[in-house]
Design a protein around this ligand. Structure first.
Ligand code: NDP
Length: 403
């Protein structure tokens, strides 16, 4: 019996709360707080209609640490699940320390004025969480999240060492819009326009954004162009799988997406520094977000599948030499929408957020301090993926990736 407080009423928060309400044996009391309380109320109404479970709702600006601390002291949850934006991570961690509550999120902290994903700021909280006897679990979405659990499962069951790792993220969904992003546009565009970085021989190698492109034939989607880019799990995987010679992250983008993004970038609309407009300071990327479709609005029209997985090559556990395994999940946008009212990009993040929260609340994953998902036993998490809508498959490939 445990009480959870989710902060953030976007697509990911919506899926996580729906899935928690489908598992009341773990989440016996659910509260949802966000900046715009009407979004919490709309999610609570959908959850009540679909599952019969009541979700308590609250308004909060999570950038206000004192107000968030007060909310935690009033609600007294066993765990805070932060599904707001990466900018709020440290403030919510501070409020958890003030109120003595465990913490979890799906995206690492990023300063609002610097497009720089790094775990260092959150890792610096380790001693404070440890001294308070509290646990913080970082990055329990799909990527980061499931992709790291996949790697650790391969290391536990198939490979003694991982020599090379490639994470392949394909969204084969079509939302019918000329240009839209499937999760928060500001976060998505900051991520995609940042220089690519991959791990090679003990260091990160930087290359221009979208500079490396390969074609890959994705099951249930077809052949797609994918681009090498930086993604935050590369940092934690490099730390917790130190033998890796190389680790890369790839994401598919259609030609239309690239065309629009290139123009927006060339004209300065993706800038994150403020500019003056009619006597008011505006950040072009934040203005762009305001005119793009809300990711949540894409749910009813998105068709197709996502296919996200890891290809790992290394020494087989059974001593049979070097082997390559491909482990992945395929998720259908329309099925995700029918179940929770959200498309598959929110679904594939919200379900692992629910599962990570379940790992903490049931004590299957336990610790005092700040932890990444690679530090725990992958098996109970992998079992829950199969049981709660994100089944996975693993196969041996005849050879490593040819590039
Ligand atoms: P959305 O933009 O749809 O939702 C974010 C929500 O957080 C909104 O309801 C927003 O409120 C709320 N919020 C923003 N700022 C504050 C604040 N200061 N105080 C309280 N609430 C606030 O984003 P998504 O649902 O798509 O993504 C949620 C998180 O999940 C992000 O951190 C994202 O990076 C992460 N993510 C992780 C993935 C993974 O695989 N690991 C994949 C996809 C997303 P309002 O409605 O008022 O704007």
């Amino acid at each position: 019996m445990s009480k959870v407080l989710v902060i953030g009423a976007g697509g990911v928060g919506s899926v996580a709360v729906h899935k928690m309400a489908m598992n009341t044996q773990i989440f016996s009391s659910i509260a949802l707080a966000s900046r715009t309380v009407s979004k919490c109320e709309a999610i609570a109404a959908s959850v009540l209609e679909r599952t019969g479970v009541t979700v308590d709702t609250y308004q909060i600006d999570a950038d206000d640490v004192a107000a968030t601390t007060d909310l935690l002291e009033k609600v007294r949850p066993d765990l805070v699940v932060n599904l707001a934006l990466p900018y709020q991570d440290l403030n919510i961690m501070d409020a958890c320390l003030n109120a003595g509550v465990d913490y979890m999120d799906t995206a690492n902290y990023e300063p609002i004025d610097e497009a720089r994903f790094e775990y260092k700021w959150q890792w610096e909280y380790h001693d404070r969480f440890k001294e308070a006897g509290l646990m913080a679990l970082l990055g329990s979405g799909f990527d980061p999240g499931v992709t790291s659990v996949f790697a650790m499962w391969l290391k536990k069951h198939k490979l003694a060492t991982i020599r090379t790792l490639d994470i392949l993220d394909c969204n084969g969904g079509d939302h019918g819009q000329a240009f839209a992003t499937n999760f928060n546009p500001e976060i998505n565009i900051r991520e995609v326009t940042a220089p690519a970085r991959h791990w090679e021989n003990g260091t990160f190698v930087e290359t221009p954004a979208m500079g490396v492109k390969k074609e890959f034939d994705f099951e249930a989607v077809g052949a797609k162009n994918m681009y090498m880019m930086y993604h935050e799990e590369l940092e934690s995987l490099a730390k917790f799988v130190p033998e890796m010679e190389r680790a890369r992250f790839w994401m598919t983008f259609g030609d239309e997406y690239i065309k629009h993004l290139t123009v927006l970038q060339n004209v300065g609309m993706t800038r994150i520094d403020p500019v003056m407009y009619n006597g008011v300071e505006i950040v072009p990327l934040q203005f762009l977000k305001a005119v793009l479709p809300e990711p949540a609005s894409l749910g009813p029209t998105t068709k197709g599948k996502t296919n996200i997985g890891d290809i790992a090559t290394g020494e087989a556990l059974d001593g049979s030499g070097e082997k390559t395994f491909y482990i992945k999940n395929i998720c259908d946008h329309e099925d995700a929408y029918a179940e929770t009212g959200n498309q598959a990009v929110s679904y594939t993040t919200g379900v692992p957020a629910m599962i990570g929260a379940a790992m903490v609340l049931t004590g299957k994953w336990k610790g005092e301090g700040v932890f990444n998902i690679e530090q725990f036993d992958p098996d109970p998490f992998m079992d829950m993926l199969n049981e709660h809508g994100l089944p996975w498959t693993v196969e041996e490939l005849p050879a490593p990736l040819p590039f």
